[in-house]
Ligand binder design. Structure first.
Ligand code: DX5
Ligand code: ZN
Length: 224
């Protein structure tokens, strides 16, 4: 069930039943729980924090992939690490000291990564390759679920894949390439062909009710 990795975003889940919702996606083969943190400052929306992360932690064994859309970043890292996060990504332009933030995440025992908006250049990867466990490319502007995939992301994914492969070929650590926003059964094939290995899907997974195995069906389709 690990590859390709599907990370359902609970942004589109039923918040009144989050424990059940994360158990259902784990049973349907999810590799990670994607956990969207918005602060009404870096993005124009407000979601969930460490208390909710801690509350869902005992419900699943799979990793929790915390996507911080917040500014500033650093103060939340120890709180999410303590709340059971396994992987933490942040938007580098929202951190005063990107290298330090990446180190801080790893020092707290989590995998670390940067999240790049559609118009944010890949150049942010340049001097921190050794500190990255994951690069998240946004294929929508962050803030809301249910938006349409921005096609220019495909070329950007290909270029990110090239850089990551060159890094590995030179003896560097593996780096996951995650795509986030507008991923559906109808476009995931193209997105995978462009080089992504980890796929966030919010509305595609939680948009159909789980009754009669709906999550299983869509997760199976996405992986296929
Ligand atoms: C957007 C979030 C995404 C979002 C994806 O700011 O980072 O994770 O929930 O939702 P869909 O798959 O519906 O585009
Ligand atoms: Zn996200």
């Amino acid at each position: 069930a690990d590859f390709p990795r599907i990370a359902p975003s609970i942004l589109s889940a039923d918040f009144s039943r989050l424990g059940e919702e994360v158990r259902a996606i784990e049973a349907a083969g999810a590799a990670l729980v994607h956990f969207d943190v918005m602060d009404n400052h870096y993005v124009p929306n407000l979601t969930i924090g460490p208390l909710v992360c801690e509350a869902i932690r005992p419900h699943v064994k799979i990793g929790i992939d915390v996507h911080l859309m917040v500014e500033p970043v650093d103060a939340l890292i120890p709180l999410f690490a303590r709340a059971g996060a396994n992987l933490i990504t942040f938007h580098p332009e929202a951190s005063r000291h990107v290298d330090r933030t990446l180190q801080l995440i790893r020092d707290h025992g989590c995998k670390a990564g940067i999240a790049l908006n559609p118009a944010t250049p890949l150049a942010w990867m340049d001097h921190v390759m050794d500190r990255l466990d994951i690069v998240l490319l946004m294929s929508v502007n962050p803030g809301f679920g249910g938006q349409a995939f921005i096609p220019a992301t495909l070329a950007k994914l290909r270029e990110a894949r090239r850089r990551i492969d060159a890094h590995s070929a030179a003896g560097g650590q593996p780096i996951w390439l995650e795509v986030d926003g507008g991923v559906k059964t109808g476009n995931i094939g193209q997105i995978a062909a462009a080089g992504a290995d980890t796929f966030v899907a919010g509305s595609a997974v939680f948009g159909s009710p789980d009754a009669d195995g709906g999550y299983h069906r869509v997760m199976h389709e996405l992986r296929r």
